[in-house]
Design a protein around this ligand. Sequence first.
Ligand code: FES
Length: 195
Amino acid sequence: MTANSPARTVANVNDDSSCLTRRHFMLVGGIGAVTVLLGDLFGNRAFAEEGKRVGRFAAYPKKRIIAMSKLTADQPADFLYPDDGPHSTCRLYRLGTPASGGVGPGQDVVGFNTLCTHMGGTLAGSYDRVNRVAGPCPIHLTTFDLTRHGMVVAGHATQCLPQVILELDGEDVYAIGILGLIYGYPGNLTFLRGR
Ligand code: FES
């Protein structure tokens, strides 16, 4: 059985040990709030370090996503991360308000995986710009708050949407890791990190 086989996936999605628990969410969320308030003084590196410390952050190779100047509030940017697999579909949003884990001058640029953490429904086409949420999921209507680490607002899912940890390097936005477990994987892609 391969590391990303569907059979292992289903068994592990409901495993609390591989998901962002409420306690860890509060802990990491607190760091995110500090990051928003203090901006680049701490930056997302500190945020990622805290996520790593509580076992919920996986660092992956740094990948350029887009130039900041190309990202608009109206049009999220789609990208694949951390690999090119079918579960690695992600979106970059410019929310127009400071967000936990946000980068950029307004601390408002955030990235998330687009697969619902309940049963993998796609959220790629369901961005609500007014309320800054992803959803409702087309399968069971879960909605995720993009300003608060992808926290569940309503619906069947119990886990936050996996957040892509970002870094601003010059004019460009880069992905450097993932906070939380991507739907469809049994763990945080150790096969990729082990390469
Ligand atoms: S798959 Fe999204 S709420 Fe069930």
